[in-house]
Design a protein around this ligand. Sequence first.
Ligand code: AMP
Length: 391
Amino acid sequence: MAIKFIEELPIGGKRTFVRVDFNVPLSGGKVSDDTRIREALPTIKHAISRGARLILASHLGRPKGKRNPDFSLMPVGERLRELLEMEIIVAEDCVGDGVRKLAADLREGQVLLLENLRFYKEEEANDPGFSEKLAQLADVYVNDAFGCAHRAHASTAGMVAHVKHKGIGYLMRKELKYLGELLGKPNRPFVAVLGGAKVSDKIAVISSLLAKADAVLIGGAMAYTFLKAQGVAVGKSLVEEDKLKVASEILKQARERKVEILLPVDHVVAASPDDAKGEVVKGAIPEGRMGLDIGPSSVAAFGTRIASARTVFWNGPLGMFERPAFAEGTLSMARALADSKAVTVVGGGDSVAAIQQSGVAERITHISTGGGASLELVEGKTLPGVAALEE
Ligand code: AMP
């Protein structure tokens, strides 16, 4: 089904409500990382250049349905003024008579930033009355908040039905293009790299990838559930005992579908994550030791697979990368992606952090701004924030 792009929408002179993801970290009353604001600039600048009367709306943090100055978007407004080099209006609320008047009085090319949507519990509840109030502000609705597209909230889903014209912005288009291509016709070989703590969080995505990918490389704590399911000793590594059966089933399905699953063949182990140094073991992990990173032979094997891939999707760290002693596997993976000639797509907070830590972000094809949303998309789920925009 067709979804309109902002360039196709009649935004000139119209009150254009853009749902952005300005859920940025604050420190000392200032924005400490403005990546998400900068990601929204192409859409904002386009709307301004077309003479839209622009209304920007976002949530920030978890104020739990109550007005709380710690979660105010005022600092975001400050940063946005600097980035746009123009005056913008920052409202003290996101609905109500005052906001309606501000929206009605907007001149062409002017920008109004609404206060935190989650100061109202009705936002996350997708409350019909609240949705209508938001919709009353707008002639055109644009969603550019990919990171929230997997949530059916008032500002991402409920209000959309009440606005005549609707579509997506530049960031959302980019996200849907790169993540959508993984599920459509990826260049082959298509290799997926999955890590992180829990198998349970990744079952759906692995199942989806078994139908799409040529190889799935598994690292992180979740690898130990798979290794144990194969009868390999894993010492006191993190294992989800109740997922051993599922892990065996996934391995069986992979064999049937001729999808290669690569598990680590060596590990950096320690008595506890607090140890300052680990040691490398091949194969079985001794009693009393836990695997906290993939070892050098596994790094090499994963690297070889990535070097010959033409499409790579990566989600989740391959070890406890927050600790320097157990970060090498994850950081090497970031470098392997950067060095590869494949289309490389990275989704999820921790893998994005590893990419940034390695200083290779410039050499990755697409770094998704939405961890949960990108996983759900790759799982093959319909995102409510996207479905609402279909004509
Ligand atoms: P997730 O949120 O599922 O992507 O998991 C990310 C977390 O998994 C990170 O905080 C890592 O430190 C942790 N992690 C990755 N590998 C291991 C491991 N081998 N043992 C313990 N924790 C791990």
